[in-house]
Design a protein around this ligand. Structure first.
Ligand code: ADP
Ligand code: MG
Length: 247
């Protein structure tokens, strides 16, 4: 396809594992500043879509354009450098470092032309740490060892670590799994804030949570799109009720 205004344009994307198509001719477009949620039964191919976008899994065919740049042939680190951040289901934070240090080590190397530890870089880094800590509700815990955070706070910290790189597309796989009701509400507010200046792609099962965040919902089933649109539209779709929401 020719140049597009979509941040992410996935077309005819297929990956087959020994003949089994986990993602099957998927076409999906995500707008600038859009928060998209992907739902669907277990094994639908949701996580595999994220694996394909971030380069962890290589596609069999199809294209993934991020700001008109083809990602399918790029190694993972170049996809990160292009501006795609991805959070896995289990948080990967440094338990024995403080919250501050976890955010600090996530600041991109070589962001400044001045090299590593100049005054300029240090100041920019500190500013970014405080800004992100506030965004992920961890200002009060900056000096706390990460191991002592609650499960929900650890998830927020990992989101914060991704935000330190200022990605234009942030992808989160089941971010509220295991969180308390209050933490889920806070996470919904957090995501609504951070999608103001980036696109966010979330996989989630908790429909109450999905309702609070989704601009649009894509329902995946057997590697294909079963339905797509507003939450109301998708919830009323008979095919969606049959294969997913009815259970
Ligand atoms: P979901 O996240 O929607 O629950 P997944 O994307 O994890 O589903 O998996 C979709 C299907 O693809 C499953 O049947 C899974 O076993 C299969 N699958 C995923 N990754 C691989 C892989 N690397 N090798 C073989 N099969 C895989
Ligand atoms: Mg999954």
């Amino acid at each position: 396809m020719s140049n597009t205004d979509f941040v992410l344009a996935i077309e005819d994307l297929t990956v087959s594992f020994d003949g089994f198509k986990a993602v099957d001719a998927l076409t999906m477009y995500i707008d600038k500043n859009e928060l998209r949620v992907v739902i669907g039964p277990n094994g639908a191919g949701k996580t595999t879509v994220l694996d394909l976008i971030c380069g962890k899994t290589k596609s069999t065919s199809g294209t993934i354009k991020f700001k008109n740049k083809e990602l399918t042939k790029l190694p993972e680190h170049e996809i990160v450098r292009a501006g795609v951040g991805r959070k896995f289901q289990t948080p990967s934070i440094y338990e024995n470092l403080t919250v501050y240090q976890n955010l600090e080590v996530s600041y991109p190397v070589g962001r400044s032309v001045w090299g590593s530890l100049t005054f300029k870089r240090t100041t920019a880094l500190q500013k970014q740490v405080y800004k992100i800590a506030a965004e992920v509700l961890l200002t009060e815990h900056l000096q706390m060892e990460a191991a002592l955070l609650s499960h929900g706070q650890k998830q927020w910290l990992e989101i914060g670590m991704l935000l330190m790189q200022d990605p234009e597309l942030l992808m989160l796989d089941e971010p509220v799994a295991g969180m308390s009701a209050k933490e889920r509400d806070q996470t919904a507010e957090l995501l609504n804030r951070i999608c103001k200046n980036r696109s966010v792609l979330v996989i989630e099962h908790d429909m109450e949570f999905v309702k609070k965040i989704a601009h649009k919902v894509t329902v995946l089933h057997q590697g294909k799109i079963l339905a797509e649109g507003s939450m109301e539209k998708v919830q009323a779709d008979e095919k969606v009720i049959e294969v997913y929401l009815g259970h």
